[in-house]
Design a protein around this ligand. Structure first.
Ligand code: PEP
Ligand code: MN
Length: 296
């Protein structure tokens, strides 16, 4: 599959604005469904929640969070083992040890794992522990890394660069797909704007816009997108309302003790209490929140 198949033509746009490069014969196609295994699918009617701490901090931490998530019906656990921190003096993650803990938490609970890979030399290693490879905002234009995950057959969640246009974002997806890996999930995670009261501005325009331009599933990260725990659930609702296929949420039993991104991390209790509200929004737009006890 070459890039011409990746992005569908948006007939709602004036012809002059259409870019031939992005045209595709897949206009009739709905969102591509990406199979994560064991019935977990991204891009279908169910909205998939991926949740967990910003960083894997210890074996006990990740296991207890995984168990909490399981009790909510959530089936994908997030957690960074390799952290692309803005400052080199901040906690950089537990590395391979963190990957081992994630794998163990997955074995105990059955949750699927999404974790970030920041170095092309580690793609193979991370693939042995993960079910979805995450490419972070700072790596969106790391072309050697994109090419390396393009050689893998594992689903890739590609975060939008914090200053990337939609075109740059889609072309980054194409870097992965031209290598033969078509399992790309786009993630809007907030961009830099003139709003300096918040860490980033969650650009929900991206969701319906990209839905019209590509058949790839799109999920939203309201944690990084706002930088503020008190906004996460409201923006999660908004993301579901505007068509997101899933959410990536940072959660921790004691958010203030998180080793990274504490200010934007919601408590596992808050997440649990918010699940019925998220389900109501999903229902209002004809969808369901994915859960291991959901009937099809
Ligand atoms: C993360 O998910 O913890 C992360 C580092 O995200 P981003 O790349 O969007 O900053
Ligand atoms: Mn984080």
């Amino acid at each position: 599959m070459g890039h011409e198949h990746i992005i569908k033509e948006n007939t709602a746009m004036p012809a002059a604005a259409r870019q031939r490069k992005y045209a595709s014969d897949s206009i009739e196609q709905d969102t591509t469904i990406i199979d994560i295994g064991d019935g977990v699918k991204i891009g279908g009617n169910r909205i998939v929640i991926m949740a967990g701490p910003c960083s894997v901090e210890s074996e006990e931490q990740i296991i207890s969070i995984a168990q909490e998530l399981r009790s909510m019906g959530i089936r994908i656990l997030r957690g960074g083992a390799y952290k692309p921190r803005t400052s080199p003096y901040d906690f950089q993650g537990l590395g391979e040890e963190g990957l081992e803990y994630l794998k163990y938490a997955s074995r105990l609970t059955g949750l699927k794992i999404i974790t970030e890979v920041i170095d092309p030399r580690n793609v193979e290693l991370v693939t042995n522990f993960a079910d979805i490879l995450q490419i972070g905002t700072r790596s969106m234009q790391n072309y050697p890394l994109l090419r390396e995950v393009g050689k893998s057959r594992m689903p890739v969640l590609l975060k939008r660069g914090m200053s990337a246009t939609y075109k740059e974002f889609l072309l980054a997806a194409e870097y992965i797909m031209v290598g033969g890996n078509e399992k790309v999930i786009l993630c809007e995670r907030g961009i830099r704007t003139l709003i300096n009261e918040l860490r980033f501005t969650l650009d929900l325009n991206a969701v319906p816009y990209l839905k019209q331009r590509t058949h790839l599933p799109i999920i939203v990260d309201p944690s990084h997108g706002t930088g503020s725990a008190s906004l996460v659930i409201d923006m999660s609702k908004a993301a579901i309302a505007c068509g997101a296929d899933g959410l990536l949420i940072e959660t921790h039993p004691h958010p203030q003790e998180s080793k990274s991104d504490a200010a934007q991390t919601i408590s596992t209790d808050e997440l649990k209490k918010s699940m019925p509200g998220l389900a109501r929004i999903a229902q209002a737009v004809g969808r369901k929140i994915d859960g291991d006890n959901n009937a099809d």
